[in-house]
Ligand binder design. Structure first.
Ligand SMILES: *Cc1c(COP(=O)(O)O)cnc(C)c1O
Length: 401
């Protein structure tokens, strides 16, 4: 939240006071994403990437077309997880050589679309490999393939599991040698490996360790590769702080390990390009969600601000997007930043469920109907990761400022 200008009583977003931005959008609620903040973050990441490491944007974090178009020239490629995202990447002008398509359960039609487009497919199962060979034959065009590996190591950091164990994603590392040996018969063009050990990691040393072990795994598996390894995607999973007490990721250990990893890769597999794919880290802190207070109620001594936005548009902030314990996102009354008149209040949405909470008993400026609630850290996994049709509410507009 300190990335936005909070120096005045009213939050400044893209050079406009918040209330004027709401007028410009023409309604509340809405999401707003800040171009300057996105570009600054991407440049900051590039500064720690060794020369030659490619940075990809994982579209699922925020697939707004204008945002994807803005990000495209700032990164080296795009990672997509569906034919819909593939279309977004292609529409934005991404080079097919730099598009990777991962995700379990790719349908035959999607595989054909991807082969027709000429993008790199991150294969997640033996079935997918067979279907790709069929698609390649039908289209008379090779299917470009990287194997997505479910790693055989496990890392624990900040209470978080990375890799290891049974997973629906990728192919178990121990099954990869057989699959690689059978690949010549499959008639697909092998290009490399993809290891993605997890998401939302806030500890630089854990990410560094994961990069190191992922590379070691790839180098081991590469002995059985049927063709020179050209792509090595080692995932990302860089996290952003959401909750009080969480600290921003320390990139120093990531940077030094990456330099070593890149050197080792160059030596062992000189044709290989090292790719990192980041979603949340690039855009998450550049976005806000804005809703208007409709009602102010006191129930048995507790203040509730009822807004026109809520869980249906921002599932993650409501605590229902896979969180084990519900904690408050950073939330403010965006037109009363300097107010010293404060109270403990809850912010809820218009849905008929007690899950529809944007803030639970939070210290906030005293607010009235018409005031604007701002949820920070909302640039990733917001609008498209929420059940927007629930209760028949209209979809939430998004603007790039
Ligand atoms: C979701 C996903 C990402 C992006 O994750 P973030 O936490 O947003 O960085 C990257 N790669 C793969 C394979 C994914 O599924």
């Amino acid at each position: 939240m300190d990335r936005f200008d909070t120096s005045r009583n009213e939050l400044q977003v893209g050079g406009l006071p918040l209330s004027l931005l709401a007028e410009r959008v023409g309604q509340t609620p809405f999401y707003a994403y800040d171009r300057v903040l996105i570009a600054a973050r991407i440049h900051a990441v590039r500064r720690v990437l060794p020369h030659g490491v490619h940075l990809h944007y994982a579209i699922k974090a925020n697939p707004m077309p204008a945002l994807v178009g803005f990000v495209r020239p700032l990164v080296d490629g795009m990672d997509v997880a569906s034919a819909g995202e593939l279309k977004l990447a292609l529409d934005a002008g991404a080079d097919v050589d730099s598009i990777g398509f991962a995700g379990p359960g790719k349908r035959e039609a999607e595989l054909r679309q991807a082969v027709a487009a000429g993008v790199l497919l991150h294969v997640e199962s033996a079935r997918e490999l067979r279907a790709l060979a069929d698609a390649a034959q039908a289209l008379g065009r090779p299917a470009r393939v990287a194997l997505r590996i479910n790693p055989d190591f496990e890392l624990r950091g900040a209470g978080m599991h990375m890799g290891g164990g049974p997973k629906p994603f990728g192919i178990d590392a121990e099954q990869v040698p057989d699959l690689l040996r059978g690949m010549a018969q499959h008639g697909v063009a092998f290009e490399g490996f993809h290891v993605y050990p997890g998401s939302q990691n806030l500890r630089g040393e854990v990410i560094a360790e994961s990069l190191r072990r992922s590379l070691d795994l790839v180098l081991r598996l590469a002995h059985d590769a049927p063709a020179p390894v050209r792509h090595v995607n080692l995932g990302g999973g860089w996290g952003i702080p959401y909750f009080p007490g969480e600290r921003a990721l320390d990139l120093a250990p990531v940077a030094s390990t990456l330099a070593q990893v890149q050197m080792d890769l160059e030596r062992a597999l000189p044709a290989a390009r090292l790719v990192l794919e980041l979603g949340r880290y690039l855009v998450g802190e550049a976005g806000i969600y804005v809703a208007r207070v409709i009602d102010r109620k006191v129930s048995r001594g507790q203040v509730f601000l009822v807004t026109d936005g809520g869980m249906h548009q921002h599932l993650a902030a409501s605590g229902n997007f896979g969180q084990v314990i519900r904690r408050n996102y950073p939330v403010v009354i965006g037109n009363r930043l300097q107010s010293s008149d404060r109270e403990i209040a809850g912010i809820v949405g218009p849905l008929c469920t007690p899950l529809d909470v944007l803030a639970d008993r939070m210290d906030l400026a005293v607010a009235q109907p018409g005031d604007l609630v701002v949820v920070f850290q909302s640039g990733a996994y917001g609008a498209t990761a929420s059940p927007q049709a629930f209760l028949g509410h209209p979809p939430c507009p998004e603007v790039l400022v």
